[in-house]
Write a protein that binds this ligand. Structure first.
Ligand SMILES: NC(=O)c1ccc[n+]([C@@H]2O[C@H](COP(=O)([O-])OP(=O)(O)OC[C@H]3O[C@@H](n4cnc5c(N)ncnc54)[C@H](O)[C@@H]3O)[C@@H](O)[C@H]2O)c1
Ligand SMILES: O=C(O)C(=O)C[C@@H](O)[C@H](O)[C@H](O)COP(=O)(O)O
Ligand SMILES: [Zn+2]
Length: 361
């Protein structure tokens, strides 16, 4: 069955398709062969996804004469580490994979970031295909080429820009997501709408009670990211930085909680509420718009209050290790209106402290 939606990411020689639809896993072998014409590959996945979906992908690969090596890492954010990167690279070397091999990242954003990074450095780089299996990874992390791992100092501090050759977003896989992991992805969906497309709020609201709308929402929502990445692939001209809405404090909150304690989307929900509050105070965002964002995050049962165990000082310390903090200045994304984001360096630590206080009230 063909994909129900195709979104093209136009990046000259690094262009690729995002296919969105049901039962794409079973087509991964023929699609990979048509595109790459390579005979060996690593399939990197995690311990939750492997028993559910690895065999379908392995069978599809072998059906077209590709020899796959399955590599499974423990599920969860702590696997996004340099130690696991080294381990995967060494497993690939021991399996005899060479520069003619390719890699498939099968899983959520953790696997996409981790395995995409491995592909970008293994023998100085081999092509890779993203097969995202969470809402978050289908609308966000599988697209745009940001790969990498965390360190105790902060999120995503080691990594590369490396675009996939193809993204296969099989929406049938979302049926097995636990509810908390399903809902988490809507934080990034709401983020895309908040920064670029206020009209999408309606579809996001309707999808909460009608999941048949999900493939359409995913395709339309990931297209927002695709257009932004096309305009600023390497985050150089200020356009791509808008995708960091909610992330300046969100990443710091996520790292302070301890990787995996608060999910990425949950931390970004808190970061967006803080950024929305600052937008009302500093950039004229109407309070009713801020309330609309808040209501949508609530609808998807995302966190709206900072856990009391997370103290302000450690959060601000983590924030100062982030890529968004440089030469004493904080890069922050605010909203002027729903769907209209902009970048500022005018906020101070005092402003962020007050936004964190707001998150506690
Ligand atoms: N590169 C980017 O542009 C980008 C964008 C957004 C987020 N991220 C990163 O993505 C990561 C978060 O991704 P995530 O939310 O997908 O987390 P995740 O990869 O940890 O997946 C969430 C959980 O769901 C399980 N799972 C995955 N697919 C499943 C399925 N179909 N059925 C049942 N269980 C399944 C996983 O094993 C895991 O336990 C963070 O590290 C974040 O920093 C990267
Ligand atoms: O693709 C981007 O650009 C994003 O900012 C998407 C974010 O949702 C994602 O969490 C990203 O990893 C954050 O980027 P970082 O450079 O701040 O680590
Ligand atoms: Zn994010």
């Amino acid at each position: 069955m063909p994909a129900s939606h195709t979104v093209r990411v136009d990046l000259a020689e690094r262009s690729y398709d995002i296919l969105v639809g049901k039962n794409l896993l079973a087509q991964s072998g023929p699609l990979a062969t048509d595109l790459l014409n390579r005979k060996k590959c690593a399939v990197v996945t995690d311990s939750n996804v492997a028993p559910l979906y690895a065999q379908i992908v392995l069978d599809s690969l072998t059906s077209v004469g590709i020899t796959p090596t399955l590599i499974t890492v423990p599920a969860g954010e702590p696997s996004k580490s340099m130690a696991v990167v080294e381990d995967i690279n060494r497993q690939m070397l021991r399996a005899g994979l060479d520069r003619k091999a390719f890699l498939i990242a099968l899983g959520g954003g953790v696997i996409g970031d981790l395995a995409g990074f491995v592909a970008s450095i293994f023998l100085r780089g081999i092509p890779f295909i993203q097969i995202p299996t969470t809402v978050l990874s289908q609308v966000d992390s599988s697209v745009g080429g940001k790969t990498g791992v965390n360190t105790p100092e902060g999120k995503n501090l080691i990594g590369t820009f490396s675009q996939p050759a193809l993204v296969l977003a099989d929406t049938a896989t979302l049926a097995t997501l636990p509810p908390r992991e399903y809902r988490e992805g809507f934080a990034e969906i709401i983020k895309h709408a908040a920064i670029r497309d206020a009209a999408m709020f309606d579809l996001i609201t309707k999808t909460a009670t009608d999941s048949t709308l999900l493939p359409d929402l995913i395709a339309r929502n990931v297209a927002i990211k695709a257009r932004i990445v096309e305009a600023d692939e390497h985050e150089l001209n200020g356009t791509r930085a808008l995708l960091n809405f909610g992330h300046t404090l969100g990443h710091a909150i996520e790292a302070t909680a301890g990787y995996g304690q608060l999910f990425h989307g949950e931390a970004i929900s808190l970061g967006m509420i803080a950024a929305t509050h600052l937008s009302v105070q500093h950039s004229g965002l109407p309070l009713s718009d801020a309330e609309e964002i808040f209501a949508l995050l609530k609808l998807y049962q995302l966190p709206t209050q900072l856990p009391s165990s997370l103290l302000t000082d450690p959060i601000l310390k983590h924030m100062q290790h982030d890529k968004k903090f440089s030469e004493g200045q904080i890069r922050f994304v605010l909203l002027r209106d729903l769907g209209e984001a902009f970048l500022t360096k005018d906020l101070t630590l005092a402003h962020l402290t007050s936004a964190l206080e707001h998150l506690r009230s």
